[in-house]
Design a protein. Structure first.
Length: 86
């Protein structure tokens, strides 16, 4: 079902996505002269939660790619085979 080229290309693309996700822009910290009630505060999230959200997102993207591009219904492939044999 999966050949080695597909597995390797999926691993490389996931690694590329993870490396690009590391350079996410950070919010600017407001000056101390501005009113703190009108500005957003920066909340640091634990690394485990960041990694879990990123992993789940990449997994869902991979599932969608597999679903729409790589999976073929058996009925469709049987119809193609039956047309070719006639």
């Amino acid at each position: 079902m999966w050949n080695s080229k597909a597995i390797i290309s999926n691993l490389v693309s996931c690694g590329l996505m993870l490396s690009l996700a590391g350079g996410v822009a950070k919010a600017q910290i407001p000056n101390s002269t501005e009113s703190p009630n009108t500005q957003f505060r920066r909340i640091e999230q634990p690394l485990l939660i960041k990694d879990a959200v990123t992993g789940i997102g990449l997994g869902l993207i991979g599932l969608e790619i597999w679903w729409f591009l790589l999976s073929k219904p058996k009925s469709q492939s049987n119809q193609v085979n039956s047309k070719l044999s006639k």
